[in-house]
Design a protein around this ligand. Structure first.
Ligand code: USQ
Length: 390
């Protein structure tokens, strides 16, 4: 049976392919987006590698190619009345929430960008939770959180919860969080607010603590250049593997920050869509907050950079690694053992990182190499002021 799927942030890197995938299988889909990412790109003078049309152009291309409509709802989640009206009008079965400022470096530029990130993300999600409570309590919220909420603790990371024994008694708490940027902190605040909304109001939610996403296409975005997703490689919105592939094509050093032992969970863009689909198709029970760790493999950044470098060298590109001074404050060697079995148990079949996949990405990037803006590869956004070392 077709479901009513509302994709918040459906104009972005992950939201757009998600909206297309649900529409392709016959669900009724609406994209709610304030188009803010386009404003931030202009502010910072960065641009996606593949040309991206306006939202209307993308939606009419999809209509033309698939024969299916996706409804645009343009507005801001921090506008409470707009959020209430949108839920009242669309009546979603599932709300997939990507509608936040997604970049750690953006949130660390200065006080204004940190405050914007936290206000935008936390208030938008709060408005959504209240609107769900009042006008759409049966909807299932599928919220994109992040593995970075946990940080890199020196013990195993569970999926969302930890049972603590203390003075002869035990209780299950949300897993303690030690995030590494003002952006990641905004997601921690969201998680607590969502937990509150499920406990106190009986809402149903799934928080997907996602790792770092890489990849340039999905089955639907590959159908036509007008359906491309917003693939970033700049220091602000580009994620590690995507950046490394563009650096290899551009012939500039692949920037491993510091020693390169920083280990993170990674997943293919196709698996983001698959995980969100699995979570949506098996809704949480009323009153429950499920938390899944959403990644398929872990790598150090040095391993990732070496994989890209080797693939590029095989293709005859003069790729090289550079241990770049780390602009972030983060552990460069650490223990990392996060559990990630819940989505596999629901049926996820991962697309693991292979040389073939890196080759495909490099080929796609080569076709657009004239659009690479070298200045945006290294923008030197620091987590802490440079120390005076004289
Ligand atoms: N890194 C490098 N060189 C680079 C860029 C990054 O060594 O040129 C390192 C970073 O220092 C970090 C790791 O690679 O240790 C990952 O950085 P990233 O920029 O790929 O990812 P991050 O800033 O953590 O954020 C991204 C998304 C964010 C999402 C998060 C998932 O932008 O929306 O929440 O990945 S996670 O990292 O699991 O928290």
């Amino acid at each position: 049976m077709a479901h009513r799927i509302l994709v918040l942030g459906g104009d972005g890197y992950l939201g757009w392919p998600t909206a297309l995938a649900f529409s392709a299988r016959g669900d009724r889909v609406a994209i709610l987006d304030n188009l803010a990412k386009r404003t931030w790109e202009a502010e910072l003078d960065v641009a996606p590698l593949l040309p991206i049309g306006s939202l209307d152009e993308r939606l009419s291309a999809w209509r033309h190619i698939s024969g299916r409509d996706i409804e645009p709802i343009v507005g801001d989640l921090t506008d409470c009345d707009f959020v209430y009206d949108s839920l009242r009008t669309f009546r979603p079965d599932t709300i997939i929430h990507y509608g936040e400022q997604p970049s750690a470096p953006y949130s660390m530029i200065d006080a204004r960008h940190a405050a914007f990130t936290q206000a935008n993300n936390v208030i938008g999600t709060l408005n959504l939770l209240f609107a769900m409570r009042d006008v759409s309590p049966e909807s299932h919220l599928v919220k994109l959180g992040t593995m970075g909420e946990y940080g890199t603790p020196d013990v195993d990371i569970e999926e969302g919860y930890l049972t603590v024994r203390h003075n002869g008694r035990s209780h299950t708490f949300l897993y303690p969080k030690t995030p590494g940027s003002m952006y990641h902190l905004s997601k921690v605040h969201d998680s607590h607010n969502i937990h509150f909304a499920t406990r106190i109001w009986g809402l149903r939610a799934t928080d997907l603590n996602q790792g770092v996403v890489y990849g340039i296409e999905t089955d639907q975005t590959a159908l036509d250049p007008r359906l491309a997703t917003s693939f970033h490689y700049d220091e602000i919105f580009g994620t590690a593997l995507n950046r490394f592939c563009v650096q290899a094509v551009a012939g500039t050093p692949i920037t491993v920050y510091g020693r390169g032992g920083q280990t993170r969970g990674y997943l293919n863009l196709r698996d983001t869509v698959a995980c969100v689909t699995l979570a949506s198709d098996t809704p949480a029970e009323p009153g429950a907050l499920r938390i899944f760790n959403q990644f398929t493999e872990t790598f150090t950044v040095l391993e990732l950079a070496e994989r890209v470098c080797d693939a590029a060298l095989h293709l005859g590109m003069p790729a090289q690694l550079e241990h770049h001074p780390n602009p972030r404050v983060e552990a460069e060697e650490h223990y990392y053992n996060p559990r990630h079995s819940a989505l596999l148990e629901l049926g996820l079949q991962p697309h693991l990182l292979s040389e073939e996949l890196i080759d495909t990405m490099l080929d796609r990037i080569v076709a657009h190499r004239e659009r690479i803006r070298l200045a945006s590869l290294t923008m030197d956004i620091r987590w802490a002021p440079a120390r005076v070392t004289d």
